[in-house]
Design a protein around this ligand. Sequence first.
Ligand SMILES: Cc1cc2nc3c(=O)[nH]c(=O)nc-3n(C[C@H](O)[C@H](O)[C@H](O)COP(=O)(O)OP(=O)(O)OC[C@H]3O[C@@H](n4cnc5c(N)ncnc54)[C@H](O)[C@@H]3O)c2cc1C
Length: 464
Amino acid sequence: MDKYDAIIIGAGPAGMFAAYELCKNRNDLKILIIDKGKTVEKRICQMKETEKCINCETCDIMCGVGGAGTFSDGLLNLRPDIGGNLEEFTKNKSDARELVNYVDEVYVKFGAPKEKLGTCQEKIDELKKKSASVGVHFVDIQQRHMGSDGATRVIKNFVNYLKSRNVEILTEEEVEDLIVENNICKGIVLKNHPNRKIFSDQTILCPGRIGVGLTSKVINKHKISARYKAIDIGVRVEIPAIIMDDIISINRDPKFQLWTQQYGDFVRTFCTNHHGFVVKERYKNFVCVNGHSLLNEKSENTNFAFLVKINLTEPLENTTLYGELCAHTATLLGGGKPLIQRLGDLRWGRRSTPERLKRSFVEPTLKDVTPSNLAMVFSHRILADILEGLEKLNAVIPGVASDSTLIYAPEIKFYAMRVEVDKAMQTSVKNLFAAGDGAGLSRDIINASATGVLAGRGILNFLK
Ligand SMILES: Cc1cc2nc3c(=O)[nH]c(=O)nc-3n(C[C@H](O)[C@H](O)[C@H](O)COP(=O)(O)OP(=O)(O)OC[C@H]3O[C@@H](n4cnc5c(N)ncnc54)[C@H](O)[C@@H]3O)c2cc1C
């Protein structure tokens, strides 16, 4: 009979850090990590220049050892409250910060560059002051930039360490279900070998965003406590790169946050791509937009997501369904393509046409789009938040809200249902722990890694 002390579902940052914490402290434990993707050496980046296939089941971008961030820019946001909120799981702010430092040190140990970005305090303070004077919060983040080559190198070194500590890594095997009896988790079932049950004393569920199907299934089937989270709905803004040069020299991925006056909603910038490209993000039944930068090709533009946080209460708490409805409407109106509108046209309440778009001084980087009127897609509340937010941002970054600014839609950040966990990251099912994006507990590499560490520590405490 296959039997382990701990099984970890998913070899992304959360799973790898959980294994790290376990094997670093206990060399006697029998630990297995299972990932439905390939080893890091076998993974191929299939990201097309104009598309991100976020939900593609076979895509190596999202699956495999190293997880979803392996082919990314590898930007580590060294804050406990960006990409999640670690303070929810620690005793206080300083413990949350310590956890980020601990995770960061491990990345450096495995080869992340020693230098940090965003350390010029004088310029940061100046930007913070200017932002605060118009009701915008500039989030001061120190970052470590691994780069896509650097990220894969770090993952390879990480894997070698885990193997040297006898951690087994099983790849190209998908976990189909958990074995739960009397509300106690006892192991897992593999999709391709339904008769081969693998048993474990402790199990960690960390299958990332690509694994939300597994998470939803086990939540429903085994009655694991979970709840819907807020969803981020909005647009991708494209402007001339020169407008952002000064800000980018302070922070590579600057994050601005504000509360709108009219609706009191939280609006933020996210994922800035300087000299980047707007791309399609294809889902099974609809299409959204996203952005990325390329190593060898630069555009004249900069793009960033501008997102409104939407929370729903009874009778419809399912934010995913609401987001899907918005995305469906947009895809329907766009004839299967994302929508584009000039900010001037949006202000004056008229549809952008190819002729009106030609009047924009910004050349769109995504061409396969439908000129449209976003007022046909979004609620008044979301549109008003976006317009008010851009006006405020314009006071910090002059030119951002010019009539020529291009707005692509929809940009939606779907999040997994949040699995309820205690401070040891144990779920309502005994001996089942959760970590990372797939359990709705994080949204970036550092936070996913940190929740993995906490799950590892939770199990170690249990074993004492
Ligand atoms: C293109 C892209 C760029 C990004 N860039 C950045 C960045 O620069 N900085 C940053 O902080 N964040 C970035 N992110 C987000 C970051 O990658 C994630 O927040 C992080 O990887 C989440 O870690 P995780 O361990 O929770 O899940 P993941 O990294 O998603 O790993 C989960 C693993 O579980 C496996 N899995 C899923 N289901 C199963 C199953 N049923 N059985 C077995 N295995 C399964 C998957 O194959 C996957 O390898 C990016 C994401 C993407 C997609």
